[in-house]
Structure formats: structure tokens, C-alpha cells
Ligand binder design. Structure first.
Ligand code: IMP
Length: 207
């Protein structure tokens, strides 16, 4: 089976490649097909945005027959982000664009730290959310997997591993930031790792 990752985010591609290492599938991404266009994420939930990405790339792949039809082909779209309780759930679906265009991850992390500078430790709860939607390219049959990773927002930036909000997020049960964890540990507890685990189980069950 081929899985085509429908994401323009290289951090996510790297993680999915790691997570699927032991799963008997061939993984590629839309980068491999030279696709660089992105749909506008107009949804108000992670699920709606994952569906928008899924439909957009499904149409592109089907129109251009960008897949090997001698095998089963699964298109994988993912929408994820972080929800911070003290910020009423923000950044949420706006995680990639929080604070406006022109900011990088470090700027966004600093913006959050600034907004939360007076928030007491017990009120710094946050969670990562990952919604994976997959579609069999030949049949359009869709499945959805949602998972969460709970934790708190730290008081500063720690660690240089991972991407995005990893350096300011401390996962529940750990004493360091997600950005300080070894990638294999992150994969075990992350929203993306947990949602992928459900998908891998489905793929293996269907074999
Ligand atoms: P999107 O799903 O492409 O709209 O973007 C998700 C955004 O949420 C990313 O650009 C990151 O800022 C953030 N995000 C999602 N997953 C993670 C993660 O595993 N670690 C850190 N940040 C993440």
C-alpha cells in the first residue's frame, strides 16, 4: 500500500516517516509530486480543515493520475494545533498563522509566553490536537482519527527538537518540554503519534 502525505509542513512529514517506519507501507508526500499549492483553511474545527485538505489534494492527485494504480493508495491529510485553556482555546485552528503573517515559530512562541506571563502555573493547561483524515484514492472512502496530547505551557522556550510549539509545551508526566524530548519519545505520546497509531491498527486489521 502507498500512503501519500497531503501536507506542506516538512516537520510533519519527518514525523510521519518516523512513525510509519515499522508499518508495511510505502510513504511519499505531495512534495514528491511537485505539488506546492495549498488550499485555504477556512474551517472552524480541525476536522473541517483536514477535510478541506483531503478534498483539495484528492482532486489534484485524481486529475493528474499521480499514483500507482497497481496498488492501494491512501491519501493522508492532517490538521493539528494547540489549544490553550487560559487563551480560551487559542491558537486552535489558527495555530499555523497565530499572530498574523510574517511570524515564525519562535515569534509565535514568544507571543504566547508574553500573553501568559501573569498566568499562574495551575492555569497553564494546554493540549495538542491532531485530526488525521485518510481517503482511498480509488474509492473516496474516508476515515477519521482524532487524538490529543495534554500538558502545560512553560515559562520560557526550552529545547531545539521538534517544531512549532514544542519548545513551550510540557507534556503531562514529563519534566521537560516536548522540544527537549527525543523524537521517538515524542512520537509515543504526541497527538500525531497517537492518531497515527489508530490508523496503523486499521491498516493492519484490513490486511
Ligand atoms: P496546520 O495543521 O498545517 O494548519 O498547522 C498546524 C500548526 O500547529 C503547526 O504549524 C504548528 O505550529 C502547530 N503544531 C501542530 N503539531 C505540532 C507539534 O507536534 N508540535 C508543535 N507544534 C505543532
Amino acid at each position: 500500500m502507498n500512503i501519500i502525505l497531503a501536507t506542506q509542513n516538512r516537520g510533519k512529514v519527518e514525523e510521519f516517516k518516523r512513525i510509519f517506519t515499522d508499518c508495511p507501507v510505502k510513504l511519499s508526500s505531495i512534495f514528491d509530486y511537485g505539488i506546492t499549492l495549498e488550499p485555504e483553511e477556512t474551517g472552524s474545527t480541525f476536522s473541517e480543515n483536514a477535510q478541506i485538505k483531503l478534498e483539495y489534494y484528492l482532486e489534484t492527485l485524481q486529475k493528474n493520475k499521480y499514483y500507482d494504480s497497481s496498488q492501494k493508495n491512501l491519501l493522508l491529510a492532517e490538521d493539528s494545533g494547540i489549544e490553550i485553556k487560559a487563551l480560551n482555546g487559542e491558537p486552535g485552528v489558527l495555530s499555523a498563522r497565530y499572530g498574523g503573517e510574517g511570524l515564525d515559530s519562535a515569534d509565535r512562541n514568544n507571543l504566547i509566553l508574553k500573553k501568559m506571563k501573569d498566568v499562574a502555573p495551575e492555569n497553564r493547561k494546554a493540549r495538542f490536537v491532531c485530526c488525521i483524515k485518510v481517503a482511498y484514492i480509488e474509492t473516496d472512502i474516508v476515515y477519521e482519527f482524532i487524538e490529543y496530547s495534554e500538558g502545560i505551557i512553560m515559562d520560557d522556550i526550552y529545547g531545539s527538537k521538534g517544531f512549532g510549539y514544542d519548545p513551550i509545551f510540557k507534556p503531562l508526566g514529563y519534566n521537560v518540554s516536548m522540544g527537549s524530548l527525543e523524537p521517538e519519545i515524542k512520537d509515543k505520546i504526541s497527538h500525531r503519534g497517537l492518531a497515527s497509531k489508530k490508523l496503523i491498527k486499521k491498516i493492519l486489521d484490513e490486511r
